[in-house]
Design a protein around this ligand. Structure first.
Ligand SMILES: [Zn+2]
Length: 221
């Protein structure tokens, strides 16, 4: 999950939390903060601590962007004061917490076990909260995350195959630009980073292409 920085709260008095959407989008890009899906309609402003359970409606530190699939699953489960029981992409190293090697994201058990039981549990709580590995069992289940993520994965894998064949410097620049555009359009930063995990040149491009990404987590081992 892409770790992000929202920066300081905008110097503006908001009357409604919906007014923060354009600021969040400007800082983070129009991607779901949890599943990383590109959001083509207006993203939903997501309250980490649910406003229906006492979470602060306007506090910048309580806000993220979400797709409707993650937002629906998260619902009002996290009440005021419960935030510390979860990992959050704007607070924690969510880049290393989850793996994107296969068709479905999973917990990075080895990495998390080393950090101790409490940290492992927080990462797992977030993973389960938004059901990051959900596979819709029937068309009646509204959840496009699985399909769209795998489309992005196929784009990334195809791009990697092509990239490995590019030898000339002049062609490399053009191809890198293509990768950047395709990654931004198809979203799922972590999927792209995993496919290009051994290629620092491409990883740098990806980190810069997705606004608000925390480079210190994504480009470290
Ligand atoms: Zn989502």
């Amino acid at each position: 999950m892409r770790p992000v920085t929202k920066g300081e709260a905008p110097d503006k008095k908001f009357k409604k939390y919906q007014e923060t959407e354009s600021y969040l989008e400007e800082r983070l890009g129009a991607y779901c903060s949890f599943c990383e899906m590109p959001i083509n309609h207006v993203p939903e402003v997501e309250h980490k601590e649910a406003k229906a359970k006492g979470g602060d409606e306007m506090a910048w530190e309580n806000l993220l962007l979400s797709c409707k699939y993650c937002n629906t699953r998260k619902g009002t489960i996290v009440a005021k004061g419960d935030k510390e029981e979860y990992f959050w992409p704007d607070e924690d190293d969510t880049f290393h917490a989850f793996l994107y090697d296969g068709i479905l994201p999973e917990l990075n058990e080895e990495y998390l076990q080393n950090l101790g039981e409490e940290t492992w549990q927080k990462a797992k709580n977030l993973f389960c909260l938004v059901q990051l590995d959900n596979v819709p069992k029937s068309p009646a289940v509204k959840d496009r995350r699985y399909t769209v993520r795998n489309e992005a994965r196929n784009y990334a894998l195809d791009s990697k195959q092509g990239w490995d064949k590019v030898k000339k410097t002049s062609e490399k620049e053009i191809y890198l630009r293509q990768i950047e555009m395709l990654a931004k359009a198809s979203g799922f930063f972590s999927v792209w980073m995993n496919v290009f995990k051994d290629d620092i040149e491409v990883k740098r491009i990806l980190v810069n292409a997705f606004k608000g990404t925390r480079e210190e987590y994504c480009l470290s081992k």
